[in-house]
Design a protein around this ligand. Sequence first.
Ligand code: NAP
Length: 297
Amino acid sequence: MGLPEPPPLGTAALPPGTFAGQVALVTGGGTGLGRAIAVEFGRLGAHVVIASRDPEHRSAGGAALAAIGAASTGIACDIRDAAAVGALFDECEAGPGLPDVLVNNAAGNFPVPAEDMSPNAWRTVVDIVLNGTFLCSREFGRRHIAADRPGSIINIGASYAWTGGPGFAHSAAAKAGVKNLTETLAVEWGPYGIRVNGLVPGLFPHEDEVEAIRAVPDRHRSDALRQPAMRAGAPRELGWAATFLASPFAGFVSGHTMVVDGANWQRRAMLMPEVVPVREQMGRGPFTMGPPPGATS
Ligand code: NAP
């Protein structure tokens, strides 16, 4: 049986207009889960700003928002670049307004055994996930403190922040940093009226998954049977959680990281399955010294 299916797409738990007159900035909001989150903010009346590098991604997000009658603005930004992040907020303020909500969703990820990981691969993922989250949060915090305006930040995480993530050393370490940063900023910025929370998706398959993730052997085989919920998540369920966390109804919730995964990350078997080394799980050949395949530095 498993956990019940969620209410249909198009419904919302929060009152209509919860974010009317507000601006929600979603990094990476043109694709996948970021787009699903952006749509739920739009449905509740927010003007959504989608910030990312690829114009096609931004237009896909804009089209999804237009389809539900929500207003949006796409702004080019590489969140690894502090000056670009400053310019992003300048453009918001000159256009729809200073964002009331920031969703740090943008990420980069690909599986690779740690011994094969190039310094460049490590740096790239940490730069997007951890440094990018810090740079966007810092800009949001500085401007809200200066303007004496409350606000809400949602950092999208991953459960391997707690457990480690075999095959994803770069992303798991970066997400652990993001969870820790969430807790620090919640305390530092509470006095200024800024709430900071984390939101962790479980298994949420979506059409925009990058090739490196899609190519993990058996990625989508029996998704349902791999979860205590007996089903995967529907992206709207993540959007609903994000809008709740950013809403006035969560006004006393800060420094918390909410996991939306049907309890999958707490799974333990009475007898744990036999260990299969990461290289073998990924169908990689034996380890050899020298530059890893595809390494650029
Ligand atoms: P995705 O489809 O790969 O989207 C990543 C987004 O980030 C893209 O829209 C990309 O847009 C943007 N981005 C990447 N680098 C950027 C940069 N330097 N500057 C600005 N934007 C950048 O990811 P997803 O699967 O939807 O995941 C969304 C979030 O959920 C991520 O934080 C991820 O770690 C987390 N998560 C996902 C799952 C899952 O099952 N999918 C599970 C656990 C956690 P551009 O290419 O246009 O820049």
